[in-house]
Structures are given as C-alpha cells and as structure tokens.
Design a protein around this ligand. Sequence first.
Ligand SMILES: NC(=O)c1ccc[n+]([C@@H]2O[C@H](COP(=O)([O-])OP(=O)(O)OC[C@H]3O[C@@H](n4cnc5c(N)ncnc54)[C@H](OP(=O)(O)O)[C@@H]3O)[C@@H](O)[C@H]2O)c1
Length: 329
Amino acid sequence: MASSGGVNRNVCVTGAGGFIASWLVKLLLSKGYVVHGTVRDPGSQKYEHLVKLEKASENLTLFKADILNYESVYSAIVGCSAVFHVACPVPSTVVHNPEVEVIEPAVKGTTNVLEACLKANVERVVFVSSIAAVLINPNLPKDKVIDESFWSDKDYCKKTKNWYCFAKTEAEEQAFNFAKRTGLRMASICPSLVLGPILQSTTNASSLFLIKLLKGDDSLENRQRWIVDVRDLVNALILAYESHEEGRYICTSHTFTTQDLADKLKSIYPNYKYPINYTEVAEYKMLSSEYTMLSSEKLQNLGWKFRPIEETLVDSIESYKKAGLLESE
Ligand SMILES: NC(=O)c1ccc[n+]([C@@H]2O[C@H](COP(=O)([O-])OP(=O)(O)OC[C@H]3O[C@@H](n4cnc5c(N)ncnc54)[C@H](OP(=O)(O)O)[C@@H]3O)[C@@H](O)[C@H]2O)c1
C-alpha cells in the first residue's frame, strides 16, 4: 500500500477505461496516487491508452470487475482509502431493455460499490452522478437559479421513458440514503454534458454528440446544453476528494443551444457540414424555450475554475481527428 506521511495514497476508479475515468486516472497518476482501475475486459485493446499513461507501469493496476458482481468490485477496492465511482452505461441510442441496459448497472452497480467501500473501510467516496439527476422535472422554477437542492422527478422520467435520467436519479438518491444510514462519507458531482479531448480510441455518448454536429446530422434536438470540459471535471472530482467534501456539487461551465454551439464551431471550423434542421422535442420544451440557469457556485467556492469553451471545442475536434473518428475539413 503506498503512503506518504502516513496517508494511504491508494485509490480506486471504477470503469477506468471510459472517457471521463481515463482522464481521472491520468490526473491521479500525475499527482502521485496509486490507482486501482476496474475494467470488464482487461485483455482488450480498448484499454491500451491506460497502460501508456505516464507512471502507469509503476502505479496503475487494472482489476477485472463488473459492478454487478460484488466480489469482483470488493477485490479491486480493498486497500484503497478512496473510491471514485464513475462506471455507468451512458446510452447513445434508444434503450430497448431499460432494466438490464441502464437501471440495474446504475442502481445495483452503485449499491455494490458502496457496500464494498463500507466493508473495505474506504474513507471517502466520490460518486459521478449527472445533471440528469437534477433537471428532468416539469416543476422546475423558471425564475430561480437551479442548484444542488433540485432533483429530477423519477415518475416524470419514467413517463417520458427517459431511462438514463431515471437511473442516475435513483442511483444518486439511493447512494445518499446509503451514506446517511451507514456513515460512509460521500460527495457526488453532477456534471453537465462532458466534452473535451478523448484519450480512448473509440467514441462515447458525449463525443458522439459533437461528431454528429460536425457531420450535419439533422436528428439533433435544438435544446439547451450545459457543457463542461472533461479536464475541468476531473479537477473537480479530485478537488472534492482532497478537500474532504461531502454532499452534492453541480459541475458545469457554459450554456448554449445546440444551434448556437454549431454556430460557435462553424466560426472555428467553417468547412464541416453542420445540421440544416434541428428536431424539436416536446418534453424538452420547458428546458429549451428559455435559459435555465444552472449554478456551479458551490464548486467554485472551493476554488474550482474552468477553461474557455473554444479550448474545449478545438481540443475535442483535434483529438477526434487524431483518433481517426473525424475526417479533416
Ligand atoms: N459524458 C457525459 O457527458 C456525462 C455527463 C454527466 C455524467 N456522466 C457520467 O459519467 C460517468 C462516465 O461517463 P463517460 O462519458 O465517461 O462514459 P463512457 O466513456 O461510456 O464510460 C462508461 C464506463 O462505464 C463502464 N461500465 C458500464 N457498465 C459497467 C458494468 N456493468 N461494470 C463495470 N463497468 C461498467 C464501462 O466499462 P467498459 O470499459 O468495461 O465497457 C465504461 O468504462 C457515468 O457515470 C455517466 O453517467 C457522463
């Protein structure tokens, strides 16, 4: 077990090969942490980027674990002082079997991770939730800044078949109930749409959103988007951990409609195709008709800062090109 001045520097990251988790692993390694990363298929080429990270050879161990299998999760967590629970399916297409594809891994997966943390005497958990657990509520006030006291309405999520939002809300609620009942110390971070350069070689749901925009996909909804850079998000996750924070933190930096975002991109990359038409979706009208003000003030009060949107967009697009996911203009 690595220690510095008697402090256990071993931490676990669930779903280590994903978009956000890969950046988290990179930053943790650069800060001298010893990282246990859980992956479902350790032999797979899709985790090559993790093995190549600086200090990975000394300080990164990949554990085969499915968050639906408690024993496998426990084996990865034991000996760690902190767990960053990031793993969760993020669907980019229609979900046909919500229970199996999203709800069970989000909710049961989170319970397994928290139970393993308790048994392994983990000091603190940082849970990656989402603004999907904050905003999906028809009764959201229009005249108020939305902060951490707001929660998505689970019945409304079900009624509108918004399974990912339902699952994230249920998972976060159950996680806080678990923490309250057992005394486990937990902070949850609720990021908005996460963009920024990819370390992995494949797309994930949020990078796919930007790629579709650049390919002129007309199926995109012209609704309000709150955006945060993946590098700023992982700074927030580590900040919350290192400042011993508990409770909920919204993590977002910039607000655009889809069309305004496309215009911003067009001013930097004029030669991509971009959508001509956008889809209007009834259930989002409440969010798209005017700007809902979402606040990260609580996080900013801890000293959190974010970069300009132009940097996020340029670095994202250059990384997609480098990974062969997007042609040059
Ligand atoms: N991207 C966004 O815009 C955004 C916004 C708000 C919140 N979030 C949250 O951020 C987290 C990461 O998202 P991401 O964008 O980085 O997604 P991602 O790239 O698709 O990564 C998801 C990760 O979850 C893992 N996973 C899924 N089911 C699992 C299971 N049963 N057992 C173990 N691991 C499992 C996957 O592991 P494998 O490698 O084994 O497939 C993958 O590493 C999620 O909790 C998501 O809800 C994302």
